[in-house]
Design a protein around this ligand. Structure first.
Ligand code: S3P
Length: 419
């Protein structure tokens, strides 16, 4: 396969959610440029609308009138988060500090995902949260006056960290969060860019209370988790190179690039600049003879959404790849350890599950079979990519689920391969 050219992937999902939430809580008008118009980000917009914020339809350039820290209104309907864990957990933090009750609902996959991780810290701050079944959605948040908290998370999770930071912000109380490894830090960066003091205190992030949040404009860079699919495509190609401009290269998100390099691909990060507190750059990726690697420890949070993709690349690399320390994958949009291993085996690849990861044996045999995505966008895209390899014939049960994070993925992929 030959590849070439330049692909600008859509805006970063994590930054898009946060841009809307902070714009809503700000004083005055914030402009957001380059927002990701995907199902997940639409969920955040619609939850904010249910809370009385006048969020316009998502558009390449949009203005949001903030209602300030205390201007949200009691919702007249359930807060439907669709498939989006980020919407649920971040907004639960925000509404925990409001003097009203909110009920969160979501689709089947989201309803299975664990909420105890946010319930415990938000209850320690004085809110009350109740799940109607187990520890998933529907979940009712009884908001109210909150107190300060110093929290230590068991897993590195930007969603949990952000729920606590946003609860502290909305409640005007100091909070700190210590995590075993640093998770993505977009919330901290965006708060700092609006003048909020978010400090590193003995390895924990600590937010100092403010009585109002400034409006600010955000230029959303391209999503490194979406760019990763095209970086992987270039890494597996026979000839050529791909340029991926304007990608967020925040070090809490670039683990996959490191892994691709270690596996033998050429990955250069050029034209780096800082925009709105986030580093952005062009990625230049070309193929190499790929070989297996080990992925573990603090590398995992910096590529938590790219592990399924790394496993798929490993299926075409020489030798064995072992992934450990990734137990979080079991509670993503699907159990990504079970889903990836089962699908790789369906394609004839030798792979096995570990409790907190997997082992994948690379193979050059043509990959053939039918993939079950369980509606998980990243599984659909990772196996879609394998479908472009020599001799592959891969059927994917739900191609439309990519709309969660990457509308236009299939067209971009087809264009890049024909390119
Ligand atoms: C996200 C954090 C990560 C990631 C998710 C987006 C965020 O989840 O998997 O896609 O925007 O904060 P965890 O915080 O649960 O690891």
């Amino acid at each position: 396969m030959n590849i070439g050219g330049s692909i600008r992937v859509p805006g970063d999902k994590s930054i898009s959610h946060r841009a809307l939430i902070l714009a809503a809580l700000g004083s005055g008008v914030s402009t957001v440029r380059g927002i990701l118009d995907s199902h997940d980000v639409r969920s955040t917009a619609s939850v904010l609308r249910a809370l009385g914020v006048d969020v316009p339809a998502l558009a390449p350039e949009m203005r949001v009138h903030g209602v300030e820290l205390h201007g949200l209104r009691a919702p007249g309907r359930d807060l439907d988060c669709g498939n989006s864990g980020t919407t649920t957990r971040l907004m639960a933090g925000v509404v925990a500090a409001q003097p009203f009750t909110s009920r969160f609902v979501g689709d089947e996959s989201l309803s299975r995902r664990p909420m105890r991780r946010i319930i415990r810290p938000l209850e320690a701050m004085g809110a009350r949260l109740q799940c109607e079944r187990g520890e998933g959605l529907p979940m009712v948040v009884y908001g109210g006056r909150l107190r300060a908290v110093d929290w230590r998370t068991e897993v590195a999770s930007a969603q949990v960290k952000s729920a606590i930071l946003l609860a502290g912000l909305a409640a005007e109380v100091p909070v700190s969060v210590a995590e075993p490894f640093l998770s993505r830090d977009h919330t901290e960066r965006m708060l700092r860019s609006r003048g909020v003091r978010v400090l590193d205190r003995d390895g924990a992030v600590a937010l100092e209370p403010v009585s109002s949040l400034a409006a600010a404009d955000v230029d959303v860079p391209a999503d490194p988790s979406s760019a990763a699919f095209f970086a992987a495509l270039a890494a597996m190609a026979d000839h050529g190179e791909l340029l991926l401009p304007d990608v967020c290269v925040n070090p809490t998100r670039t683990g996959f690039l490191q892994v691709l390099r270690r596996m033998g691909a050429r990955v250069e990060i050029v034209d780096e600049a800082v925009r709105g507190g986030e580093p952005v750059a062009t990625l230049r990726v070309s193929a190499g003879a790929l070989h297996g690697t080990d992925i573990a420890g603090d590398e995992v949070p910096s590529m938590v959404d790219e592990i399924s993709l790394a496993a798929c690349v490993a299926a075409r690399a020489e030798g064995i790849t072992k992934i450990t320390g990734a137990g979080e994958l079991r509670v993503k949009e699907s159990d990504r350890i079970a889903t990836v291993v089962a699908n790789l085996r369906t394609l004839g690849v030798d792979a096995e599950e570990l409790p907190d990861g997997m082992v994948v044996h690379g193979s050059r045999a043509p990959l053939r079979g039918a993939i079950t995505t369980h509606g998980d966008h990243r599984i659909a895209m990772a196996f879609g990519l394998l479908g472009t390899t020599d001799g592959a014939a891969i059927e994917i049960d739900d191609r439309a689920c990519v709309e969660v994070s990457f509308p236009g993925f299939w067209e971009l992929l087809a264009g890049a391969v024909q390119g």
